[in-house]
Write a protein that binds this ligand. Structure first.
Ligand SMILES: [Zn+2]
Length: 486
């Protein structure tokens, strides 16, 4: 049996903890104040982390999370570059993408920053995108959400209970067509505790400082705001972000004036931003095949691009999407000649090789890249995927266990690990991994079913039986805790 590298269970403890704070009658926790008592007026970082974790499980169960390693890596690197220049960073940040054409980004407890793909579609430069991230990062570092909750004084307990109630309610029955409900509830509840105007001003001001310190163009904010204001001036249904972040002239002019206080310097755009945008346009937006091909053909024909290679990459992806694999590969090969270690190109080349069954070629390419980037999520996820395709599950499994060890929330790694065990016939582990993946989305009931299947398949393995028994107990506790709330 292969060794398990799953995280210790924090789930059961997490939920028990949330319940103890919301019902205010159960646990007395020595480390943390009890929010259920009226005397409490501080909102600890530990609590933020716990709530953030619960929130992410709801998001995973209900929202269209985009698990694209290349895009995730790009967003995480951009986010961390900004975070490195922020002050008051007390928790790790976790950036994630939601597939949604609407412009939006939002921050939640525990350093969680969600970004809609629509934000990429509407940003023309990396500085524009970064300006929105800088703003959201500031909401986190200034602890605006916690401060808003505290500021509601007497009603704060009720608000927190209401918010967490909505979250837990959606956690409780994530399968029953909760998709729409869960997101709107969780997000709408967050919107209700809207940041104050003062918080918005602070996020704009400090966000721009972060933007500049991280080496981006301070005009990114004003440019992006200005563009949005013009586009949605006469619309009756503005995008989500403008509902929580209205754009009066004053906000745009303040951003403009603030940007002018910084010395004028030319900030070149970033190739990887344009590659990420092209990838979203082709693979994760509402554009038709024909429309998306024409976007990049027009750019190339009229020389309207900030990087020719990004327009070419977009065209190659569009051709790939239209099953014109040879034409696509020709373009990707040219792009790889100029930038042999660019992960966007390597990822697509791997897709092309895998598509035509050249697993050896794909593995060789990825192993070469792994020498340079041994811990790259993009390289290792791709490599594991090709190993599975090529029936080398024994090589895929340790790679995926490592990825999960590095990121306990790596949904795609869980999915691939599940496929690997399914393919090599290890039924017990197939069910076990499925259970872990369901728990990530707080679907404990189905997870326990899966663990029971795993148990039946593990009769000759006492160690594994004990591990499964313990996990079932943890999941049951979490599930009971939720039922008590209903
Ligand atoms: Zn804001």
């Amino acid at each position: 049996m292969s060794k398990l590298t799953f995280s210790k269970s924090v789930i059961a403890g997490t939920l028990a903890f949330i319940l103890s704070t919301t019902t205010a009658v159960t646990y007395a926790n020595n480390d943390l104040p009890d929010l259920g008592t009226a005397a409490v007026n501080t909102f600890s970082l530990e609590k933020e982390t716990v709530y953030g974790d619960a929130y992410m499980r709801v998001i995973r169960a209900s929202a269209p999370m985009l698990n694209d390693p290349v895009l995730n890596q790009y967003l995480t690197e951009l986010g961390n570059k900004l975070v490195a220049h922020a002050s008051g960073v007390k928790t790790p940040f976790y950036f994630f993408l939601l597939r949604n054409d609407e412009i939006n980004a939002f921050a939640f407890f525990g350093g969680h920053v969600g970004v809609h793909t629509g934000l990429f579609l509407n940003a023309d430069t990396e500085s524009e995108l970064a300006s929105v991230l800088g703003h959201e990062i500031t909401h986190v570092t200034q602890r605006h959400l916690a401060r808003s909750l505290e500021a509601q004084d007497k009603s704060s307990t009720a608000t927190i209970v209401g918010m967490l109630g909505a979250i837990l309610l959606t956690i409780a029955s994530p399968q029953a067509g909760m998709a729409a409900l869960a997101t709107t509830q969780a997000l709408a509840t967050q919107a209700k505790i809207n940041f104050t105007r003062l918080h918005e001003k602070e996020a704009d001001r400090i966000g721009m400082q972060i933007l500049v310190d991280a080496g981006f163009d301070p005009n990114g904010a004003a440019n992006f705001f200005g563009k949005l204001a013009t586009r949605y001036r006469f619309t009756t249904k503005p995008p989500q972000m403008l509902l929580t972040h209205p754009l009066p002239e004053s906000r745009i002019s303040e951003a403009r004036i603030r940007a002018q206080q910084y010395p004028l310097r030319h900030i070149p755009d970033n190739l990887n931003f344009q590659l990420a945008k092209a990838r979203i346009q082709v693979r994760f937006s509402g554009y038709s095949e024909a429309a998306v091909l024409s976007i990049f053909e027009k750019q190339l024909k009229h020389n309207r691009y900030s990087f020719k290679s990004a327009a070419e990459y977009g065209k190659a992806l569009a051709l790939f999407r239209m099953d014109k694999f040879d034409e696509s590969e020709e373009m990707i090969d040219e792009l790889l000649k100029s930038a042999p270690n660019n992960l966007f190109f390597i990822d697509t080349k791997t897709d092309l090789l895998t598509q035509k069954g050249d697993f050896k070629g794909a593995i060789a390419l990825l192993l070469k890249e792994q020498q340079i980037k041994p811990t790259s999520n993009v390289v290792n996820t791709n490599l594991a995927n090709v190993y599975i395709e090529d029936d080398q599950t024994e090589k895929a499994i340790p790679l995926l266990e490592d990825l999960i060890f590095l990121d306990k929330q790596d949904q795609l790694a869980y999915l691939l690990l599940y496929q690997a065990y399914r393919k090599n016939g290890n039924k017990a582990m197939e069910y076990y991994v499925k259970a872990e993946s369901l728990a990530l989305a707080a679907d404990y009931k189905t997870a326990i079913d899966q663990l029971n299947f795993a148990y039946k398949q593990s009769k000759d393995n006492p160690l594994q039986l004990a591990r499964i028994e313990a996990r079932i107990r943890q999941f049951r506790q979490a599930d009971r805790a939720m039922e008590a709330l209903q």
